[in-house]
Design a protein around this ligand. Structure first.
Ligand code: 6PG
Length: 471
């Protein structure tokens, strides 16, 4: 093969995300070489590529892949997160040469990404940990791309990433966010926020379905209406569409025939774990992860419902509908404030210097949590990128003042009716705790001192003190 005919970039892993990303890259005019461990996938993939097949070089072996790409080679690895990534790196190392870049585009745990950076150090190869969001559609037509690695390595692949990424009013939703695990960390928190967003939407759906007895299509219409307003977002849009869809087999609304047991692949849980490790409250995200776990305990839940009787639904008044939109918005503000606070803490801990306004900007299009709301967050961070918490950005203070009373009423009604709203109520509790100037931890301190002589600070004197308990 003539050097000019060589591919500019390679990709390993022709699963759904990898295939779509490869087609996206080819469509933007780049010649790409592809490899899949199960080589039988190559034929069908080339047929799916249609006219784009001209720009795609299918490779039967990893050696052929390396041979097909012009050095220094950028190679995207899009395989299942975990051991499969290490396996691909192991296979790639002997066939690559100095300055080649291995780009892990899966949903890696950022600790693994940091380890892989360390392991490749001194090998002459460069590593990039790249978060890609937007599901199948995004990968094919424009995802949001979160890059971690050296800025030099990013510069080398930037034109391709800019070309394939989503655009928000012409701005590419792709950016270099910091060294080593920064990109995968940000993607993990993106997913944690995604979990919270989805859970809060599901809780509101529960109020409409079980509290008000509404049918799927009616509920879908409510979400469709909300999508025209402040909640305008991809997740609200698809919620409306999902609720409107019928099951071809039974003719019933498809949501009504889906088992209420949610899957999860780990990124939500990682967000909660990292938040805990960093000492940042991310209660809405934690609640969303826990809710998925409870959802998976279907048999136990059925037994518990039989033991306790069903919740006393039906008590909810129709007036609540007006509050639900604002309640969801308030919950969303708290969840995003938590997610950004976790990223701020990680940025400090790992010395990443994460660019908060950029993160909000590259989430405005392409990714699963894309929304109008992220534009407001970007504006807030543009004004003051060091704001202690999104809840303290002036625009957000105003929004939260308007929306939090509705959240309070909705949480109260859900508690009264026995309808679970774990993410919304955690969001409210977080907000109430955060804004309470004098809390109740004085009592915790007294208890700690009583049983363990841990000492406490006084409001009227410096230093450590003990209470009069011993006598
Ligand atoms: C995205 C999604 C994507 C994937 C989630 C689903 O940003 O495109 O977040 O990464 O759909 O990982 O995660 P669960 O299977 O854990 O819900």
């Amino acid at each position: 093969m003539d050097m000019t005919q060589k591919a500019e970039i390679g990709l390993i892993g022709l699963g759904v995300m990898g295939s779509n990303l490869a087609l996206n890259i080819a469509e933007k005019g780049h010649r790409i070489a592809v490899f899949n461990r199960t080589t039988a996938r190559l034929g069908p993939f080339m047929r799916e590529a249609g006219a784009l097949a001209d720009r795609i070089v299918p490779c039967e072996t990893i050696e052929a892949l390396a041979e097909a790409i012009r050095p220094p080679r950028p190679i995207i690895v899009m395989v299942q997160a975990g051991a499969a990534v290490d396996e691909q790196i192991r296979h790639l190392k002997p066939v690559l040469s100095r300055n080649d870049i291995i780009i892990d585009a899966g949903n890696a745990n950022f600790h693994d990404t940091r380890r892989r950076f360390a392991e490749l150090e001194g090998s002459g190869l460069t590593f990039i940990g790249m978060g890609v969001s937007g599901g199948e559609e995004g990968a094919r037509h424009g995802p949001s791309i979160m890059v971690g690695g050296t800025s030099e390595s990013y510069d080398r692949i930037e034109p391709t990433l800019t070309a394939i990424s989503a655009k928000y009013e012409g701005e590419a939703c792709s950016a270099w966010l910091g060294p080593d695990g920064a990109g995968h960390f940000v993607k993990t928190i993106h997913n944690g926020i995604e979990y919270a967003d989805m859970q809060m939407i599901a809780e509101i759906y529960g109020m409409l379905r079980d509290g008000l007895g509404m049918q799927a299509k009616e509920i879908g219409a409510v979400f469709a209406r909300w999508n025209e307003g402040r909640l305008n977002s991809f997740l609200i849009e698809i919620t409306a569409k999902v609720l409107a869809a019928d099951d071809p087999q039974t003719g019933r609304p498809v949501v009504d025939v889906i088992l209420d047991r949610a899957g999860q692949k780990g990124t939500g849980k990682w967000s909660a774990i990292e938040a805990q490790t960093l000492g940042v409250p991310a209660t809405a995200i934690e609640a969303a992860v826990a809710a998925r776990v409870i959802s998976s305990m279907k048999t136990e839940r059925l037994a518990a419902e039989a033991a306790y009787g069903p919740a006393t639904a039906g008590r909810v008044s129709k007036d609540i509908v007006d509050d639900l939109e604002l309640a969801l918005f308030a919950g969303k503000i708290a969840a995003y404030a938590q997610g950004f606070a976790v990223m701020a803490a990680a940025s400090k801990e790992f010395g990443w210097n994460l660019p908060m306004p950029t993160i909000a900007k590259i989430w405005r299009a392409g990714c699963i949590i894309r929304s109008q709301f992220l534009g407001r967050i970007a504006e807030a961070f543009d004004r003051d990128s060091g704001v202690a918490n999104l809840l303290m950005a002036p625009d957000f203070v105003a929004m939260m003042k308007e929306a939090s009373p509705a959240l309070r009423r909705v949480v109260a009604v859900s508690a009264e009716a026995g309808l679970p709203a774990p993410a919304l109520s955690s969001a409210l509790a977080y907000f109430d705790g955060y804004r309470q100037g004098r809390g109740t931890s004085n009592l915790i301190q007294a208890q700690r001192d009583f049983f363990g002589a841990h000492g406490f600070e006084r409001i009227d004197a410096d230093g450590a003190h003990h209470g009069p308990w011993s006598g």
